[in-house]
Ligand binder design. Structure first.
Ligand SMILES: [Zn+2]
Length: 261
């Protein structure tokens, strides 16, 4: 896509800011949902629930996690502020969470190639939202073994809109339906045979969204790559093979690999 230098710099600023928002989302989403689940469970059991909504969910402005000092604009420039502050809070000098520079850098690394691969601004916006949502999902799944429906739905909607604009909607819908059915059937089979959950429902929904994004023709490559990387990780790096592990990051890593290759 032909873009001027100013437009490219604006895009860099946009995706690094999106990375900052995604990093904040990976902290707030699990806290908020844990609170809501507890509230719902108490309501179902007709038990009193007096816990206040966590401060991290209510707060409007960004602040230091340790001393709660409100951050000024100089502290909020993605990656640059972290480097200038040497990873420490301006006020209390305690360490700033490394997830911010990591997620912002991942956004830059995974979204910048889109400048050369997409044909117009519409496709660029849709693909950027897809990739940002996938990085956010992977970070949350890695930490909490949960895949947020908000991110999966966003990936699915943008994927369908993108295929609609390129007249390839049929392959997208087939990828979504077959991907979901396959993993859902495997999940049910595992439940019947082993009497426990082997694959989370979030993984089945994520595969539906990834199938819609990559299309039916890339579904087998996605599943093969995700399975192989998962097996390799378990064999080489995982210390405890019997411990449940998040499959979402492997699916997302493989989807990005298939998309770019
Ligand atoms: Zn501080």
């Amino acid at each position: 896509m032909n873009m001027t230098t100013i437009e490219c710099l604006l895009y860099v600023l946009l995706i690094s800011s999106l990375g900052s928002y995604a990093a904040a989302f990976t902290i707030r989403w699990p806290v908020k949902n844990h609170y809501l689940w507890r509230k719902e469970a108490h309501a179902l059991l007709s038990l009193p629930f007096t816990t206040k909504e966590p401060e991290i969910v209510l707060k409007r402005r960004s602040q230091c996690m340790h001393c709660h000092q409100l951050l000024v604009w100089q502290d909020l420039i993605p990656i640059v502020s972290y480097l200038l502050l040497k990873g420490r809070c301006r006020a209390c000098k305690k360490r700033i969470c490394y997830r911010y520079p990591v997620i912002e850098s991942l956004h830059l690394a995974c979204c910048l190639p889109l400048l050369w691969l997409t044909d117009d601004i519409y496709q660029l916006v849709l693909q950027t939202i897809v990739i940002s949502s996938l990085i956010t999902s992977a970070a949350i799944d890695l930490e909490h073994q949960l895949l947020p429906d908000e991110c999966t739905v966003l990936v699915l909607a943008c994927a369908l809109l993108w295929h609609l604009s390129t007249n390839t909607l049929h392959t997208s819908v087939l990828g979504m339906l077959i991907g979901f059915s396959l993993i859902y059937a495997l999940r049910q089979l595992y439940l019947v045979v082993k009497k426990c959950e082997g694959i989370g429902l979030g993984d089945a929904k994520l595969i539906a969204a990834l199938g819609a994004w990559l299309g039916l023709s890339n579904l087998s490559a996605l599943l093969l790559c995700a399975s192989l990387s998962g097996i390799l990780y378990t064999m080489l790096l995982s210390r405890n093979g019997s411990k449940p592990m998040a499959f979402g990051p492997f699916l997302i890593f493989s989807a990005l690999l298939v998309f770019y290759l």
